[in-house]
Structures are given as structure tokens and as C-alpha cells.
Design a protein around this ligand. Sequence first.
Ligand SMILES: [Fe+2]
Ligand SMILES: [Fe+2]
Length: 387
Amino acid sequence: MTDQYTSDNDADDGYTADAAILGRDGVSDIDLICEAAAEYAGSSGDEHSVVDNAEAIFTWNYEKGERPRLERLYEKAKTSQWNAEIDLDWSIEVDPMTAFSIFSELGPERSSFTDGDSPIKNWGDKEWSEFSYESLSWRLSQFLHGEQGALLCTAKIVETVPWYDAKLYASTQVVDEARHVEVFAKYLDTKVGSSYPINPHLGLLLDDIISDSRWDMTYLGMQIMVEGLALAAFGFMRQMTEEPLLKELLRYVMSDEARHVAFGVLSLQEFYQDLNQAEIRERQEFTFEAAVRMRDRFLQQEVWERMGVPQKPMMERALNLPEEQKIFQQMLFSKIVPNCKKLGLLDAGDGWLRDRFTDIGVIQFEDYVDTADEFEDFSIENTEVPA
Ligand SMILES: [Fe+2]
Ligand SMILES: [Fe+2]
């Protein structure tokens, strides 16, 4: 994403100003990003509670086949289950110091973090190797916490979605997410040896999604935004690591995630057809808020803190990378943008979301493959898995 986005959206057009959407003015102001992070109440001890504000809905219509595409997804899910203990080779020895680096042909260059008056201009191999280790631990920890968010959100969907076929499908996703929590927790514990608490921006986003009373907002926040980003991020990590266990683990998880994003696209496509313009606008704003929170999360402020480096100048550098080094950050939106287009969110109303995605530098993905049918390509039996 680019840093050129400045808040020129005021309430004059009859819609919500950025300050109201995000709880802050100035989308790319580092001080405000850090303040927003400090707002996250975090956890007391081992728990964090959120009120989910929703009614559990029974349906007495047990007719199958009303939504054939959801039924096909449900059948696919039943035959695609795997066992984290058996199907992955946990005997593989992992060197977590070399398993992952953010510096690759897809990522930023080191010099963007070390030139000029950078606090880390004197870092040597030892510090960089520690940084790679901390980045791996931080990323996998955020994946882990996000997976738990998906577990809770999808359990909520089982209760709140009024459609029988969607309840059935969502139940399979609950099992999938349990397995994902299990594999990331096990990899962190037995192969990496350290972990991070949840990033406050991810925490704020998950709280927003879970506390919204409207069932379709759970889908939009989780299946479209968080899981859309996860599918892209897992694909990148798979490309950027040579570590065989992590590569295989991500492949298995991605085969499930592609179904989950398809579930969101197929369900919301139907539901959005009957919404009015004001209701669609609320969904567009929610999408934008989620996009900014996910961008903020990737500034990985906790890694700098753990390395003993001042956070703000390093976050500033991560936010202001030269355009050609932002490929990784931008590609995280390669699933989200086409899926939003497929749902009609990009161009609804006066194209508010298209303008926002243009401002933050991700609109170029609008014609990428959407994820409504892509789950077959990601299937675990498929040997030619897309990135
Ligand atoms: Fe997952
Ligand atoms: Fe998922």
C-alpha cells in the first residue's frame, strides 16, 4: 500500500468521515497508528472477552439443494479433511534462524531500513539473523491468532446465518480452523521456540468483526478480508521459504482457506443483491477500515520493540518504502480486491471503495482471479498449486 493516502473524505457527501470509520484522522500518521494500537485493551491473563451481540437462529427448512454451489463446497469439504498429526512430517528438523527472510525478490531491500540516520545502520549479520528469526516468530504468531479469530467467527456464523446449507458448510470450516490453530501452535512451540501476543491492529479488527450483530458482517470481515489476505500471505510465505515442513503445512492450510473465501463470496453475492445503497455503503466502509487495520498490522511494530530498536522510525520506513519495493504489501490484496469487485462493492454507489483502493495503491488487482471457484485449483490433490 502507498503512503500517499491522505484523508480528504469529510462528512459533506452525507457519508461517514474517516475519523469516524477508523477512530482516527490521518490514515498513515505513525503517531496515530501507535495510539490506535495502545487503545487495544488486550487480555487479562490468558483470556480476552468480546460481546458478540447476536441472535442464534434456528431454521426449520431442511431442504437441501437450495444453493447448489454451497452444497458443492460442503461435499468438497467433507472429502478434503486432513489430520495435522498424521499428514505432516513433524520429524523434520527446522533451523528457525534461516527458515524465512522478509528480504527476497518480492520484499523490500535492506538498504531501505539502514540508510541515512537509521537506528539500525550498524547492524551486522548477527542482528539480521535475529531479525529473520523474530519476523518468522511474529508472522506465524499473527497467523495463529488470526486462525483462532476464524474459529470463533465461523462458530458464530453457524449460529447466526439463517440458511440451512450455509450452517452445514460453516460447520466444516469450524473443524478446518481448529486444525489450523493446532498446526501453527505446534510449529511455533516445537520448531520456532518463541511466540508473540496478538498484534493490536489485528486484535481491534477481530473484535470489530465478532462484535457486529449483523451475520453478513462476520463473513465480510473474516471470509473476505482476513481470510482473503491470509490466502495471499500464506502463498507468499510458501514462495519465500525453503523449509519443507512449513511449505507443506502452508499448502495444506491454503487448500482449506480457498474454500473458506469461496464460502464468503458465494454467500454474500446472494445477500448483497437485496441491500439498498446505504446498507452497501456501510459494507464498503467496513471493508476499508479492515484494509487499513491489516496494513497497520504488517508494520510489525512488536518485532522492532523486541529487537530493542525505536519503533516509530522503523514503522515510518516500512510505510514509506519506494514504490517498487511495495510488491509484497500490495500483493496481500490480490485476493481481496477481485472478490470485492465480484461482490459489487467496488463500484456500488459512486464507486467510493474503488477510489479508496486506488488511493492505497491496490486497485490494479481488480481483474485478478476471484476466489469463488479457485478452491478446486488449491485442492490438496492438485499438484500444480497456484501461489
Ligand atoms: Fe484458517
Ligand atoms: Fe479459514
